[in-house]
Design a binder for this molecule. Structure first.
Ligand SMILES: O=P(O)(O)OC[C@H]1O[C@H](O[C@H]2O[C@H](CO)[C@@H](O)[C@H](O)[C@H]2O)[C@H](O)[C@@H](O)[C@@H]1O
Length: 268
């Protein structure tokens, strides 16, 4: 079927921006540690945030510590680990926790199981685990079976499949909930949300943004609930830079329109 989704419009004002990280602001790399967001994109994100009273958040499966490192020197509002952690505009953080003995048991169980699947990798994120198999895709089925068994045995957990990864996270946690929480508080409240994401975990976010009559943007190919599409991560970068420049020009034009005659430059 032909793709009917087109590039999202650049919005002018009263926007709340939400961005996923891997596969959206950063191209997918063989290993999670190799990822970067280009400096000019970070600068444009910061400019967008400043032009919108700080209403810009990163909504990611990564931990907030990792997000701060990737977004440095800027500190944006964040939802990490698919929404299990959140930091608001004032820097106040909240996170869901699981019993420490359960975390310890799962860590040991997963570490032991992965010894038999060389090339796979465990990413421990406190209250969640990502099992990566990008370097050992022959184990995909075994990894899913292992994760499904763990979730079956522990009803407080749920599965989050992704790109060459299966994640085990606290049940009921998802990006849609995180975006919804931001949208109920300043400076996001009352604005039109726009959310860019590329993966299954982002579909929860698209749902919420669609309900709020916002703009949902899928990055890359594949079925989606999003209403708009950008083909690649560099397309997202270009969109962000264009949006920042556009909004900056609009605000300058508005300021100039409001200037009283007396303040005109009369230095000729
Ligand atoms: O919600 P996101 O910001 O998209 O984060 C999702 C997961 O991204 C990372 O893993 C993925 O990206 C890696 C780097 O490109 C890639 O090597 C891996 O195969 C992908 O699954 C991250 O490591 C996870 O913690 C995130 O949940």
């Amino acid at each position: 079927m032909a793709d009917t989704l087109t590039s999202p419009p650049v919005l002018s004002e009263n926007v709340a921006y939400f961005f996923d990280l891997d596969g959206t602001l950063a191209t997918i790399k063989p290993h999670p540690d190799e990822v970067v967001v280009p400096a000019e994109v970070l600068q444009a994100l910061n400019q967008l945030a400043q032009l919108n009273e700080g209403a810009l958040a990163l909504i990611s499966g990564r931990s907030m510590d990792e997000l701060d490192k990737l977004a440095g020197p800027y500190r944006f509002p964040l939802a990490g680990v698919h929404g299990a952690e959140r930091r608001d505009i004032h820097g106040h953080s909240q996170s869901i926790s699981l019993p420490p003995d359960l975390i310890q048991t799962l860590h040991a169980q997963l570490t032991t199981a992965l010894l038999y699947m060389p090339g796979t990798e465990l990413e421990a994120k406190g209250m969640a685990f990502a099992i990566h198999y990008r370097q050992a895709q022959q184990y995909e089925q075994n990894i899913f079976a292992l994760a499904e068994q763990i979730v079956h045995d522990n009803p407080q957990l749920s599965l989050q499949p992704g790109k060459c990864v299966v994640e085990i996270k606290p049940r009921g946690i998802h990006k849609g909930e995180a975006i919804s929480t931001f949208m109920h508080e300043a400076p996001f409240l009352g604005r039109t949300p726009i959310f860019f994401g590329d993966d299954l975990t982002d579909e929860h976010g698209f749902d919420v943004v669609n309900q709020l009559k916002g703009v949902s943007v899928k990055v890359g190919a594949g079925e989606t609930k999003a209403s708009w599409r950008l083909a690649t991560v560099p397309d997202v970068w270009q969109w962000v830079i264009k949006a920042a420049n556009h909004q900056q020009e609009q605000q300058l034009a508005q300021i100039n329109r409001r200037k009283p005659y007396g303040s005109l430059d009369r230095s000729f």
